[in-house]
Design a protein around this ligand. Structure first.
Ligand SMILES: [Zn+2]
Length: 45
């Protein structure tokens, strides 16, 4: 997941298919990569 630094909306970008990362909402070119929330697996004994 990526987040636009201009409008702050989450943008899904496939870097494999498209090299240019542009926000589809505002056309901003600077998009920050954000990490999804990772759930930790806890093994309870
Ligand atoms: Zn944007």
């Amino acid at each position: 997941m990526y987040k636009c630094l201009n409008c702050g909306k989450e943008v899904e970008v496939d870097l494999k298919t498209s090299k240019k990362v542009i926000c589809p909402f505002c056309g901003y070119r600077i998009i920050k990569k954000i990490r999804p929330v990772v759930l930790k697996k806890v093994h309870a004994r």
